[in-house]
Design a protein. Structure first.
Length: 71
């Protein structure tokens, strides 16, 4: 529901903190595709995730370890 509220007004920027955190693997893939589609339509998405499979679809990945940027 939170994702639906966040995208309903078509914002230019979406901040997503662990958007797939409590979802099963299929729903995680669905949300990943939704976010990718929104990005393809021009929306900027900044996402924090521990899910490497979801992160692999990003245009840019910044990794952190112990509060420091590592890549």
């Amino acid at each position: 529901m939170a994702i639906a509220r966040a995208i309903s007004k078509k914002p230019q920027l979406i901040l997503a903190d662990e958007p797939t955190g409590n979802l099963d693997s299929q729903q995680s893939l669905n949300i990943g595709k939704l976010l990718a589609d929104l990005n393809a339509e021009g929306q900027t998405i900044i996402m924090v995730t521990h899910d490497a499979e979801i992160a692999a679809n990003a245009q840019r990945v910044i990794k952190m370890r112990d509060g420091q940027i590592t890549a």
